[in-house]
Design a protein around this ligand. Structure first.
Ligand code: URA
Length: 225
């Protein structure tokens, strides 16, 4: 929001009055007097007048969490424990998720209150690798490698999945690298291979972010946000 609009709204004064007072140098943005009416103001900026704090700066939070199976990738849920329930931080209610995992999936979930960071991790055109480990109920055919690379057509969405890398590690175990995150994507891709079902699905990493030894249910601040 523009500085003049922010001041008018917060102090419940007219925009004209706000502009006059800003031009008079009454307010500071992050401890520096600002007379620029168009300065964009976010909740991460500290805004004060000579005698009072109008808005404290919100701390930018970048969090990684090891989601256990059974926990929901949401901020609220009537029935199940959510990833937010696992985080102990006074500003946790400002967090949102950078991509979701199914309740039955475990692994890395990223959260932040900085939408420019979460958008950069979730926009498909940013081509961020997401790496998963799967265990299947039946052996994975060698031909699956080519099918994952070529993509699967999902008629319900009218889309073909982007090329994905499938590395078969054992007859019923594989590592998959994807750059998108469609609903139940990996489960649906395996199901196309003669109805293979997943016994487990675990996300190891998102871009340069890894679990780095976090146990299920544990969280930590992201060092390289
Ligand atoms: N693909 C799935 O099917 N589920 C997930 O949780 C993530 C990717």
């Amino acid at each position: 929001m523009r500085f003049d609009h922010f001041i008018a709204k917060r102090l419940q004064i007219s925009e004209r009055n706000a502009r006059t007072r800003i031009a008079d140098g009454e307010f500071s943005v992050n401890d520096v007097t600002s007379r620029d009416l168009k300065t964009p103001i976010s909740r991460f900026d500290k805004i004060s007048s000579q005698d009072s704090l109008i808005q404290p700066a919100l701390e930018r939070l970048y969090i990684k969490l090891h989601k256990p199976v059974g926990v929901v990738s949401a901020t609220t849920d009537k029935e199940h424990q959510t990833v937010l329930d696992l985080i102990d931080h006074p500003d946790k209610d400002t967090l949102h998720l950078a991509g979701r995992l199914d309740r039955s999936t475990s692994g890395l979930v990223l959260l932040s209150n900085d939408s420019s960071w979460t958008e950069a991790l979730t926009q498909p055109d940013q081509k961020v690798d997401k790496v998963y480990l799967v265990e299947t109920d039946r052996p994975i055919p060698e031909a699956a490698v080519k099918q994952f690379a070529e993509g699967f057509y999902f008629a319900s969405e009218g889309v073909t999945t982007r090329p994905a890398d499938l590395e078969i590690l054992a007859p019923k175990q594989a590592r998959i690298t994807l750059q998108e995150g469609r609903w139940h994507q990996i489960k649906r891709m395996f199901h196309r291979l003669d109805g293979i079902r997943l016994k487990s699905l675990h996300r190891e990493s998102v871009g340069s972010h890894h679990l780095d030894g976090l146990e299920p249910g544990e969280w930590a601040f992201v060092a390289n946000a």
